[in-house]
Design a protein around this ligand. Structure first.
Ligand code: 13P
Length: 252
């Protein structure tokens, strides 16, 4: 049985007060959710301790927390960075790595992303590696080649025993924040391809969950998550509303 995960990516949004209100609304709204579905929220790193405390105060289902990036370095003179081990020290469980916004605005290369994935794993975090093609790459028929390259390079040298901690998020760049989700058929086709690439990398990677992100809404989540190779979702805009995010979790 592969893991099922629904994760919220707040991006650059939120305050301490917002985190407290969000936790107080989300936890009760998840009551009765299938316990096999893992739920995680990734606020900006500075809000992680406040969000975690608020989630712990609301009695009910366990909701994990994580960050949207980690440093490629363990420690030292790297001003402004947050190390994976610091996230683990603050009881974070997940780290989104290689999001297309970081690839685009911070020119993150597959090699740098690989270093971050390995840092996350060695700190005991579960990395959520984001991959996905641009609109131009899709139109050129390069989708499969692009995601295969991103996966092979970003997940190089993952120790065999760590594969159960890895998650891949397929996020077509053209679907992020555009309101234009991939159709369930388009997403399923790429997820099946990703599963093949993972299997070629390491037989232990066939159980790696592959989740979908890009304009997922409560109305579209059910059909996407019902696809055989879609193991959950990474939710941006819709995750900022606790009721909408809870509805998406229920579709998982
Ligand atoms: P949206 O759900 O806002 O399209 O964002 C998706 C995303 O980038 C999640 O990481």
């Amino acid at each position: 049985m592969r893991r099922r995960l629904i994760a919220a990516n707040w991006k650059l949004n939120g305050t301490g007060a917002f985190a407290a209100e969000y936790a107080a609304e989300l936890v009760p709204a998840l009551e009765g959710l299938d316990p096999a579905v893992e739920v995680a929220v990734m606020p900006p790193a500075i809000l992680l301790p406040a969000l975690r405390e608020s989630l712990n105060e609301s009695s009910g289902r366990r909701v994990m927390v994580g960050v949207q990036d980690v440093s490629a370095w363990e420690a030292g003179a790297y001003t402004g960075e947050v190390a994976a081990s610091m996230v683990a020290d603050q009881h974070g469980s997940f780290a989104i790595i290689g999001h297309s916004e970081r690839r685009q605005y911070w020119s993150e290369s597959d090699g740098r992303i690989n270093a971050k994935v390995l840092q996350a794993l060695s700190a005991g975090l579960d990395p959520i590696l984001c991959v996905g093609e641009t609109e131009a790459e899709r139109e050129a028929g390069d989708t499969e080649a692009v995601v295969a390259r991103q996966i092979r390079e970003a997940l190089a040298d993952v120790p065999e025993s760590d594969w159960r901690h890895v998650c891949v998020a397929y996020e077509p760049v053209w679907a992020i924040g555009t309101g234009k989700s991939a159709t369930a058929e388009q997403a399923q086709a790429v997820h099946a391809h990703i599963r093949g690439v993972l299997g070629e990398l390491d037989p232990a990677a066939t159980e790696t969950p592959v989740i979908y992100g890009g304009s997922v809404k409560p109305e579209t989540a059910g059909e996407l998550f019902a696809q055989p190779d879609i193991d959950g979702g990474l939710i941006g805009g819709a995750s900022l509303n606790a009721a909408d995010f809870a509805a998406i979790c229920r579709a998982g």
